[in-house]
Design a protein around this ligand. Structure first.
Ligand code: ZN
Length: 99
């Protein structure tokens, strides 16, 4: 009979910052707290929509990955921003697509 309590403990518990590695910082935006990680870009070939400008953002370019501090663990809360758009976020409020 296998011991159940063993495998349970090894499961990732949804700590996004741990999964994504270091370099996560906390920044505020529109009165809320977000965790932000700068990524250098990768060859995953993904295309995201930047919440700042609603433009395409390919995963190949350096950008910012942002997610709500209170939404830890849910990767669907992550957003990919152009770095300049994130820096100018207070001047470019999201247009309804960002919680
Ligand atoms: Zn943008």
């Amino acid at each position: 009979m296998p011991r159940r309590n063993r495998s349970r403990r090894d499961e990732p518990r949804g700590d996004v910052s741990k999964i994504m590695g270091g370099g996560v910082r906390t920044e505020s935006y529109a009165g809320r707290t977000y965790q932000v990680r700068s990524v250098r870009g990768n060859n995953a070939g993904r295309t995201y929509v930047c919440p700042g400008c609603q433009g395409d953002l390919t995963s190949a370019v350096p950008h910012e990955v942002v997610w709500p501090d209170d939404g830890l663990g849910d990767v669907t809360d992550r957003r990919h921003w152009h770095t300049p758009c994130w820096k100018a976020r207070e001047r470019r409020p999201p247009r309804g697509s960002y919680r």
